[in-house]
Design a protein around this ligand. Structure first.
Ligand code: NAP
Length: 263
C-alpha cells in the first residue's frame, strides 16, 4: 500500500480495460488519478468506483489523437492535482483489417490512436516534468509487433513496434531531466475490448498461454506500477512482457492445456 502516495498520475484509455485496471491499482496505492477517454459516462462510473473505495480520481474527456485534447488533459491534471508525476499512455485500438483490403484511413486511425498519441501525450507533459526535474512515462505497448506478428493487424503491430523505437530514444533524450520512459508489453488480457472480438477468441487464446489463463488488467497494472514507482528508479528505455509465457514456445504445437500429464 501507498507505493504511489500522493503521486499525480494521468492514465489515457481509463474508461475500461487495462487503463481502468491501472487507475484502480494506482489509486489504491495512494495516487491521485486523472482518467482520460472519450466516453464520459464510462469515465464517471470508474471515478465513482474509485471514490467509493476512498481513492482520489477525476476524469477528462478527450481524444488521444488530438493535440489540443492532450494539452488540455495535462492542464486539467495541473489544475486539479497541482502537477503530474506519472504519465501512463495506455489508450489503444485493435480493429482487424487484412493487407490488400486495409484502407489508408483505417491504417491512419490505428497509427494515430496507438502511436501518434504517445508522441502527443509525451510532448504535452514534458514542459511540466522538465521544470520539476522528474517524471515517469509508462506506455502500454504489446507483445504483438515488438515480439510477434499477428495476421490482420499490420497497422497495430507497426504502431506497437513504433513504441519500442520511441521509448529508446525518449529515454536517452529525457534522462538528463530525470524523466524515465518504459513500457509494458501485455499478451492476451481479458478486457472489454477483447470481449468485443467475440466468438471463442478468448478461450482459444488460452491455449497459447503456458500459464493456462488469460491475463487480467490488474496483472498489467502491477507491472506498470513497478515501472512507475521509485523501485524502478534505475530502469529506463525498457519493456516488460506480461503474457503468462505466451511468447516463449518455439512451436505452435505445444499442448499446454491438453490432457498430457507432462503439461
Ligand atoms: P479496451 O478495453 O478496448 O479499452 C480501450 C481504452 O482506450 C478505452 O478506455 C477507450 O476509451 C480508450 N480509447 C480508445 N481510443 C481512444 C481515443 N481515440 N481517445 C481516447 N481514448 C481512447 O482495450 P484494452 O484491451 O484495455 O487495451 C488497452 C491498451 O492495451 C491498448 O493500447 C492495447 O493495444 C493494449 N493491449 C491490450 C491487450 C489485450 O489483450 N487486451 C494486449 C496487448 C496490448 P473510450 O472508449 O472512452 O474512448
Amino acid at each position: 500500500m501507498n507505493r504511489l502516495k500522493d503521486k499525480k498520475v494521468i492514465i489515457t484509455g481509463a474508461s475500461k480495460g487495462i487503463g481502468k485496471g491501472i487507475a484502480k491499482v494506482f489509486a489504491k496505492e495512494g495516487a491521485h488519478v486523472l482518467l482520460v477517454g472519450r466516453n464520459e459516462q464510462a469515465l464517471k462510473k470508474v471515478v465513482s468506483e474509485i471514490s467509493h473505495d476512498k481513492g482520489i480520481a477525476q476524469y477528462y474527456v478527450g481524444d488521444v489523437s488530438n493535440e489540443s485534447d492532450m494539452n488540455g488533459m495535462v492542464d486539467k491534471a495541473i489544475h486539479d492535482f497541482g502537477g503530474i508525476d506519472i504519465m501512463c499512455i495506455n489508450a489503444g485500438i485493435y480493429p482487424q483489417h487484412w493487407l490488400g483490403q486495409m484502407t489508408l484511413a483505417q491504417w491512419n486511425q490505428v497509427i494515430s490512436t496507438n502511436l501518434t498519441s504517445v508522441f502527443l501525450a509525451t510532448n504535452a507533459c514534458l514542459p511540466f516534468m522538465k521544470k520539476q526535474k522528474h517524471g515517469q512515462i509508462v506506455i502500454t505497448s504489446s507483445i504483438s509487433g515488438p515480439k510477434t506478428g499477428l495476421p490482420g493487424f499490420a497497422h497495430y503491430t507497426a504502431s506497437k513496434a513504433g513504441i519500442t523505437g520511441f521509448i529508446k530514444t525518449a529515454a536517452i533524450e529525457l534522462a538528463k531531466h530525470n524523466i524515465r520512459v518504459n513500457a509494458v508489453e501485455p499478451g492476451i488480457i481479458m478486457t472489454e475490448g477483447v470481449a468485443e472480438v467475440g466468438g471463442d477468441y478468448g478461450e482459444n487464446q488460452k491455449k497459447a498461454v503456458p500459464l493456462g489463463e488469460l491475463g487480467t488488467p490488474e496483472d498489467v497494472a502491477y507491472a506498470a506500477l513497478f515501472l512507475a514507482s521509485d523501485e524502478a528508479k534505475f530502469i529506463t528505455g525498457q519493456t516488460l512482457v506480461v503474457d503468462g509465457g505466451q511468447v516463449l514456445p518455439e512451436s505452435l504445437f505445444m499442448p499446454f492445456n491438453a490432457e498430457n500429464e507432462n503439461f
